[in-house]
Design a protein around this ligand. Structure first.
Ligand code: ATP
Length: 294
């Protein structure tokens, strides 16, 4: 019988996101604090004699060569010169193009799963190189937990874990294309890249005391362009969130609550208003690695 693997592919939020300047290669120089959370897709892998096939229960996700999971499998095959194939089934629970890194997480989990399934050896540095070539957020999902992202986000450093049991995530149900969010930035204030690192580290330490100076510099222009997202943030705060911030390039906003009753009531209210909403908690690095493979 051929090999089979079942995996969890977790979403992320950004506790903070600073956009420093536009680089010569066209990417923006970022400082961000990533956090894996309990909302997750399930990916199942079974070996084939050579074909790479993708199946997904969400019609918004392409199942062709543009799927990040497909690209991950091809890149790993090219790098390790294996001719093995795989059938990958994706059960999507992470909203698509919502600032929660679903595609990036799927890609990273695919790399980790195929190393096992195909029984191949690869240097850690080559694995990180492949992950970064797939997307800026992909290397983060190789480590998970709370981590600082530098460069275009692809250079990641583990941080002391931040934890929150009562997060509530909500979005108005439409996607904000990442490039559009960056285009809306009118003012990039800090060319001195190094100076923002101490801020990010301070912010990481202070996450338990939110709200602190935690900010997402994409939030203001995106909220100005999409009043529906501003309304989600306003609702989260009025329903009892101690802190609410857009994740990544949106449209999802996360709220930090002090207890699960208040978060649960807010969840019902937001769903009744027609929003996508889900309660979640942080997933630390140890749990992340212990539970990727089910
Ligand atoms: P990020 O925060 O990393 O920018 P996101 O959470 O905003 O990402 P994704 O859910 O990763 O966005 O989806 C971005 C785009 O990638 C979508 O338009 C989707 O069509 C495409 N895509 C390719 N592969 C996948 C996948 N496996 N899962 C979800 N989307 C995928």
């Amino acid at each position: 019988m051929s090999a089979f693997l079942k995996t969890s592919s977790y979403a992320k939020i950004n506790w903070t996101l600073d956009v420093l300047f536009k680089r010569e290669d066209g990417y923006h120089e970022l400082r961000t604090i990533y956090q894996t959370i309990s909302i997750k897709d399930e990916l199942r892998f079974s070996e084939t004699s050579g074909a790479i096939e993708i199946h997904c229960d969400d019609s918004r996700v392409p199942c062709d060569a543009t799927n990040l999971v497909y690209k991950a499998a091809m890149a790993l095959r090219d790098s390790t010169k294996t001719s093995k194939g795989v059938r990958i089934e994706i059960d999507k629970r992470i909203p698509v193009a919502a600032g929660l890194g679903g595609g990036s997480s799927n890609a990273a989990v695919t790399l980790l799963a195929l190393i096992k399934l195909w029984q191949i050896e690869i240097d850690q540095s080559e694995l990180i190189r492949i992950a970064a070539s797939l997307g800026s957020d992909v290397p983060f999902f190789l480590i998970g937990g709370t981590a600082l992202g530098v460069g275009r986000g692809e250079e990641v450093y583990p941080l002391e874990e931040a934890s929150c049991d009562d997060l509530l995530l909500a979005n108005p149900g439409f996607a904000v294309p990442t490039h559009e969010a960056y285009k809306k930035l009118s003012r990039l204030t800090r060319p001195e890249a190094a100076s923002i690192i101490p801020f990010s580290l301070m912010a990481a330490k202070g996450i338990r005391e939110l709200p602190l100076a935690a900010r997402n510099e994409l939030e203001e222009p995106v909220l100005a362009a999409y009043p529906e997202i501003a309304e989600v943030k306003r609702r989260l705060l009025s329903l009892g969130a101690r802190h609410a911030l857009m994740s990544g390039s949106g449209a999802t906003v996360f709220g930090v609550f002090d207890n699960s009753q208040v978060a649960g009531r807010a969840l019902s209210e937001l769903r009744a208003s027609g929003y996508w909403a889900e309660c979640a908690r942080t997933v630390d690095r140890q749990e992340y690695h212990a539970t990727i493979f089910q």
